[in-house]
Ligand binder design. Structure first.
Ligand SMILES: [Zn+2]
Ligand SMILES: [Zn+2]
Length: 176
């Protein structure tokens, strides 16, 4: 990652972990522009991503997106914006918005919709993105979407259980 990318990520990290910064972060995340015409494409991308997760076979899916996943998604988006990523041969670029894909376990890579299989082949279904352990059981798969970016992640069953526990009984994510 470039120094510029590191600095951005540090700012975003601060935003994610300092409660006083939360309203500002919400404003920033809510402010990613979704150009006219892209919204339908993004909806379609979400459907494609769900089918993509389905294609991972017997892996169960997790419906939660913890803070480190949000951080990874923002990082991928900012690095894509400043050109500090490797992209697929179709060279998706923020100036020509289209649905793009990334995976936590394949950092620094962004692909277009046609090339998301490249990510699939690179992902180890037994490696947990949260505790970094390699497990005997298949991990649970999840995804998070920010603007045009869909980020794929995996968590082991122990981490998934912890995430579920951390959620308040009313179903709201825990305050950080
Ligand atoms: Zn491509
Ligand atoms: Zn884990």
């Amino acid at each position: 990652m470039s120094i510029e990318g590191d600095a951005l990520a540090m700012v975003v990290d601060r935003l994610l972990h300092d409660e006083r910064m939360r309203p500002l972060l919400d404003t920033i995340l809510g402010g990613f522009e979704q150009p006219t015409g892209l919204v339908d494409q993004i909806d379609a991308a979400q459907g494609d991503a769900t089918r993509f997760l389905d294609r991972l076979g017997p892996a169960e899916q997790v419906g939660l997106a913890p803070a480190w996943v949000r951080m990874a998604a923002v990082k991928a988006l900012t690095n894509w914006a400043i050109g500090d990523v490797r992209v697929c041969v179709h060279r998706p670029h923020p100036d020509r918005p289209e649905p793009v894909y990334a995976a936590v376990s394949v950092p620094g890579v962004i692909t277009c919709q046609r090339c998301m299989n490249l990510l699939l082949f690179s992902v180890d279904l037994r490696h947990c993105d949260q505790c970094q352990e390699t497990t005997t059981r298949l991990c649970l798969t999840g995804m998070m979407q920010i603007s045009a970016l869909t980020l794929l992640f995996l968590v082991c069953h122990a981490c998934a259980a912890k995430l579920q526990q951390d959620e308040k009984p009313d179903g709201k994510p825990p305050a950080e």
